[in-house]
Design a protein around this ligand. Structure first.
Ligand code: PAF
Length: 279
């Protein structure tokens, strides 16, 4: 496995890797969700690259950039064991050198939900993902469905800017009690960790209603809120039933829909979602 902090060196390493190349952009602090994505990429690609970069541009001034978990040594050991070929761990000052002024805004998809709660977040995500795609020139770039709006933003950007890359979005990996895996779960104390699976329980309750015929978005959102109201530690920020590609809110579900929610538990913001599939 070749590991470099240097973008130019990464390009040289990448040029020597023929065949189908898969990229998994990450912010490190890797968990089983990342491992599942990397294993899938390993099966589908001749060479696999991973970036580890806690991207300052996607954090707001009041957000957790400084305390975001970092575990480079463990991450590299995991990546080696998964058979990754190339790893880039760049410094922020090399990704955004002095004078940097080019940003990608994916307009409407970025506005609601996470975009409304975290102004500038998706501008930072889209820009760094575009840069990583330019640096690695992958055939396939892999993301997790847990960040469903992020996946929609990246799909839209790749389509709009004619990127020659397949965007692959893989299912959420969950803990045994249903909590979606996330590096930020490390912030939860014992009581908060016990409370956190309420989010998935609530989404699942609404999904059960959908599957027995409820197609009205307000009714489904009410089902989520009702289940979450039984968990005193969960402060609900939004519940949404939206088009999975445009992230526009739906009233009646005719095809598929993205059911998503955000809660604050303690000081930690958790998001989760379930795809409601047309039957
Ligand atoms: O999902 C993440 O970990 C990040 O948002 C990403 C895609 C690596 C961009 O920094």
């Amino acid at each position: 496995m070749r590991v470099t902090e240097n973008i130019h060196e990464l390009r040289t390493i990448r040029r020597a890797m023929p065949g189908v190349f898969g990229l998994i952009p990450t912010m490190g602090s890797l968990h089983d969700g990342h491992a599942a994505i990397i294993r899938r990429a390993r099966l589908e690609c001749d060479h696999v690259g991973v970036s580890i970069f806690v991207n300052p541009a996607q954090f707001g001034p009041e957000e957790d950039l400084a305390k975001y978990p970092r575990a480079l040594e463990n991450d590299l050991a995991l990546l080696e064991s998964l058979g990754v070929d190339a790893v880039l761990t760049p410094f922020p000052e090399n990704v955004y050198p002095p004078g940097y002024q080019t940003w990608i805004t994916v307009e409407n998809v970025s506005k609601p939900l996470e975009g409304a709660a975290r102004p500038g977040h998706f501008r930072g995500v889209a820009t760094v993902v575009a840069k990583l795609i330019n640096i690695f020139t992958p055939d396939r770039a892999y993301f997790g469905q847990k960040d469903a709006q992020q996946a929609a933003v990246i799909r839209r950007m790749a389509e709009d800017l004619n990127f020659d890359v397949d965007i692959v979005v893989l299912p959420i990996v969950r803990e045994a009690d249903g909590l979606a895996m996330s590096s930020r779960n490390a912030y939860l104390n014992a009581d908060e960790r016990k409370a956190a699976p309420a989010l998935y329980r609530a989404l699942s309750a609404a999904k059960a209603r959908f599957e027995t015929g409820e197609k009205n978005a307000d009714m489904l959102k009410a089902a989520v809120i009702e289940t979450l109201s039984a968990e005193p530690l969960a402060d609900v920020r939004y519940v949404s039933v939206a088009d999975p590609d445009t992230i526009e809110e739906l009233h009646e579900i005719r095809g598929g829909a993205l059911l998503s929610a955000a809660v604050i538990i303690g000081k930690t913001r958790l998001i989760d979602n379930i795809l409601l599939e047309k039957r």
